[in-house]
Design a protein around this ligand. Structure first.
Ligand SMILES: *Cc1c(COP(=O)(O)O)cnc(C)c1O
Length: 402
């Protein structure tokens, strides 16, 4: 597909999407197909010859749509909302075109900076305590995760790392594996399944705290379990509270639970994936009272804030807790706006610095057998030998400069 065809097909696709959404009510919200329906409708092997675009689009109506559960239908009342909106779809399109992967500042500065600033905006809308806002004197900040499941896992792993370090500070003879086997995490019996899964992935025990008659966890129940577990030689280290459980939108009593977690040196994570967007409304903000005790907090704009999946926003009280728990820094992720204290290989480093500053081509280094190596990867779909030759001339020229 060339640019001319993309323009034409793009317009067609926009029309198809607008028609789909305008007329979605006419489609049955839940598909009438049996498991395995799709296999008989498509070839068993990937075609060797490309299909014609018009035929592919026809197949969308013939093969795909009959098997779609229409989450955007006004008759869809299942699970939870999967937000979608026209501006969010257009933004996704732009993201597709820029096609950058913002894993570090240098990998695309606008990406990192926009994320940080907008999570400050969003955090302020929720009236999060100042220590969660990056552009303040605090040590915290917000970061986008793909899903709430991921945010919970991140918080649990960060808490696990912190707990092991704390135990080993006072008891250096205790081995990590032994400490890990004693760690206990807690969550409501009404918590989302992803919370239990986080403990499975994190390899730690998780105990489910019984709820009261509103399906919420109160302080008394947690305290009782902590006493039992401490007496049994276990190490409570993490509690995941839910504000707005998926089943019944119950709110754990975080004003009671928070102080307990703080006293017991336990990490409190708040999973507000489902209901969190509502805290923007002043009339619902009191439900977030107690957030000041939390170490991390998460909610899903992709559920209720008209942002297409996936956008799950997470704030931590101390950025360093998360950064410290996951720190591995391959050389290709280092960039000039980061300290570097290496003494050898200066020539290659100087050359790379010149290349970076010239802004004509872009490379990152790697380390091979102790050498600082300039790594040249052909990345773009449209790179041809002319571009490679131009790059080589540029490198040669810069390496000869005094
Ligand atoms: C939906 C939901 C989740 C999982 O959200 P994902 O972003 O799909 O991982 C977690 N917790 C609660 C309370 C939820 O409602």
């Amino acid at each position: 597909m060339d640019a001319a065809e993309f323009r034409r097909r793009g317009r067609e696709m926009v029309d198809y999407v607008a028609d789909y959404l305008e007329n979605i009510e006419q489609r049955p919200v839940y598909p009438d197909v049996e498991p395995g329906y799709l296999r008989s409708l498509i070839p068993t092997e990937a075609p060797l010859e490309p299909d014609n675009y018009d035929d592919i689009i026809k197949d969308v109506e013939r093969i795909i749509m009959p098997g779609v559960t229409h989450w955007q239908s006004p008759y869809f009342f299942a699970y939870f909302p999967a937000a979608s909106s026209y501006p969010a779809m257009l933004a996704d399109m732009l993201c597709g075109a820029i096609g950058c992967i913002g894993f570090s500042w240098a990998a695309s500065p606008a990406c990192t900076e926009l994320e940080t600033v907008m999570l400050d905006w969003l955090g302020k809308m929720l009236k999060l305590p100042e220590h969660f806002i990056a552009g303040t004197h605090g040590h915290g900040g917000g970061v986008i995760q793909s899903t709430a499941s991921e945010a919970t896992l991140m918080s649990l792993l960060a808490a696990r790392c912190k707990a092991v370090r704390r135990v080993q500070e006072t008891n250096p003879e205790r081995l990590e594996a032994e400490v890990l086997s004693k760690l206990v995490a807690y969550s409501s019996e009404q918590a989302h399944s992803s919370v239990e899964r986080a403990s499975l992935i994190g390899g730690v025990m998780m105990r489910k705290v019984p709820t009261d008659n509103t399906y919420a966890v109160g302080g008394g129940m947690l305290k009782k379990m902590l006493e039992e577990d401490r007496a049994a030689g276990l190490i409570p280290f993490y509690f995941c509270a839910t504000l707005g459980t998926t089943s019944s939108c119950a709110f754990d009593h975080i004003t009671e639970l928070g102080p307990i977690c703080n006293e017991e040196n336990m990490w409190m994570h708040i999973d507000a994936a489902y209901a969190g967007s509502a805290f923007i409304c002043p009339e619902f903000r009191p439900l977030l009272n107690g957030i000041e005790f939390a170490d991390s907090f998460n909610f899903n704009p992709h559920k209720w804030l008209l942002i297409n999946f996936d956008c799950s926003t997470m704030w931590v009280k101390k950025r360093q807790d998360i950064i410290g728990a996951f720190k591995v820094e391959p050389l290709y992720l280092k960039h000039e706006n980061q300290e570097s204290g290496r003494g050898s290989n200066e020539l290659n480093q100087l050359l790379l610095k010149r290349i970076t500053e010239s802004r004509t081509i872009h490379l990152v280094p790697c380390q091979l057998s102790g050498l600082f190596v300039l790594r040249f990867a052909v990345c773009s779909r449209v790179t041809d030998s002319g571009h490679v030759q131009h790059a080589w001339r540029q490198i040669t020229q810069l390496s000869c400069e005094e």
